[in-house]
Design a protein around this ligand. Structure first.
Ligand code: PLP
Length: 399
């Protein structure tokens, strides 16, 4: 067996990207697969942003830039953080990276060490735990009950903190549950964390995809958190720019500088053309988001209704953000199709891919094996076709 680095050997490929890859393979083989696995908006990047990229290319902005992004991009991010989040950050407290994912991986690697614990309320996005273990630290998964709307409760958090706790990763709206923290819940959690030296990391990538209005930022509600807080965000979801690879982190200078040193050695600056496009995205008119949000809102209603009609799928809470629902499928576990038994959400997802040609993601890697994640970043026509097929396939299961 080839000997690999111990930490890399333990890393699995991202479950969500793996589900996408399987669906793409089947499509290439001519099978009409409907994908409800995508973690990206199905809209195209707005024209003004593409034009800014074209201009940058024509103007020869094709060279290395400062590692953490150009001064103009950092100023645009500063403006965005003030406008959208009411947070003040200086350019020296900001780093731009190739997607929020890279910003998170670099900051997490810069902050944590062996022996450190990082709290991850679950269900959680699949990559947080991998990033923590790559840094040599340990994830402390803290399950959040469906009853509490998958939201971390202050008492649960208090009990999870140990002398080794060095960080916590919060993500609202959440991938995979669509749960959104309101101002009271954020304030209550902030109260537990404010007088500690725990790094509070806020992943805000879905902040604009909320159906009940944007909550104030946790670091605005409790400004003292900023001294040990990191904001992570991205242009991927807000501006339908997943393929462009641009995201950022903002936080105390020393932490951001350390992530910058790592970035300078392992990748360098984010793509120069993408940076120019990102400046336009962040500083230009912000009205393209409205129609996207309206489309997601309609699909949310449709998907909730259709999911609740499938026997064995339970969705007690209506997700208030992002473009995912995360139904509980525990009633279907133990049921059979031929000689195959469905033992968890991943097994159900595999069955639905085989029998219904619908791709979704099982809950195992999100820390919730009794669930499946359904993305509604696709047309209502596709959604209706997919749910017809899922209903047909589930009816074939013997309980
Ligand atoms: C919670 C969360 N954070 C970060 C990311 C990564 O975003 P980016 O495309 O900017 O790397 C995703 C993508 O699915 C996500 O769901």
């Amino acid at each position: 067996m080839l000997k690999l680095n111990r930490r890399i050997a333990a890393i699995k490929p991202s479950a969500t990207l793996a589900a996408d890859a399987r669906a793409t393979e089947m499509k290439l083989a001519g099978i009409d697969v409907i994908s409800l696995g995508a973690g990206e908006p199905d809209f195209d990047t707005p024209e003004r942003i593409k034009q800014a990229a074209g201009k940058a290319l024509a103007a020869g902005q094709t060279k290395y830039t400062p590692v953490g992004g150009t001064a103009a991009l950092k100023n645009a991010i500063k403006l965005k953080l003030k406008r959208d989040n009411n947070l003040d950050y200086e350019p020296g407290e900001i780093i731009a990276s190739a997607g929020c994912k890279q910003a998170e991986a670099n900051v997490i690697a810069a902050l944590f060490d062996e022996g450190d614990e990082v709290i991850i309320p679950t269900p959680a996005w699949v990559s947080f735990a991998a990033m923590v273990s790559l840094a040599g630290a340990e994830s402390k998964f803290v399950p959040c009950s469906e009853r509490s709307g998958f939201l971390l409760e202050p008492e649960t958090l208090r009990r999870a903190i140990t002398p080794r706790t060095r960080g916590i990763i919060l993500n609202s709206p959440s991938n995979p549950t669509g749960a959104v923290y309101g101002p009271e819940q954020l304030t209550a959690i902030a109260r537990v964390l404010v007088d500690t030296d725990i790094w509070v990391m806020s992943d805000d990538v879905y902040e604009h995809i909320v159906y009940d209005g944007l909550a104030p930022h946790m670091f605005h509600l409790e400004p003292r958190l900023k001294s040990h807080g990191i904001v992570f965000n991205s242009l991927s979801k807000t501006y339908a720019m997943t393929g462009w690879r641009i995201g950022f982190a903002a936080g105390p200078k020393e932490a951001i500088a350390a992530a910058g040193r790592l970035q300078s050695q392992n990748s360098g600056n984010p793509n120069s053309i993408t940076q120019a496009a990102a400046i336009e995205a962040l500083t230009g008119p912000q009205d393209e988001l409205k129609p996207m949000l309206e489309a997601f809102r309609k699909r949310n209603a449709l998907v909730v209704e259709r999911v609740r009609r499938i026997p064995g799928f339970k969705l007690p809470n209506i997700p208030q953000g992002a473009f995912y629902v995360f139904p509980n499928v525990s009633e279907l576990l133990g049921s059979r199709f031929g000689d195959k038994e469905i033992t968890d959400g991943d097994g159900l997802a595999a069955f639905l891919l085989d029998q219904a040609h619908v791709s979704l993601v099982g809950g195992n890697d999100f820390g919730a094996p009794d669930h499946v994640r359904i993305s509604y970043a696709t047309s209502t026509e596709n959604l209706n076709r997919a749910f017809d097929r899922i209903e047909g396939a589930v009816a074939k299961l013997k309980r």
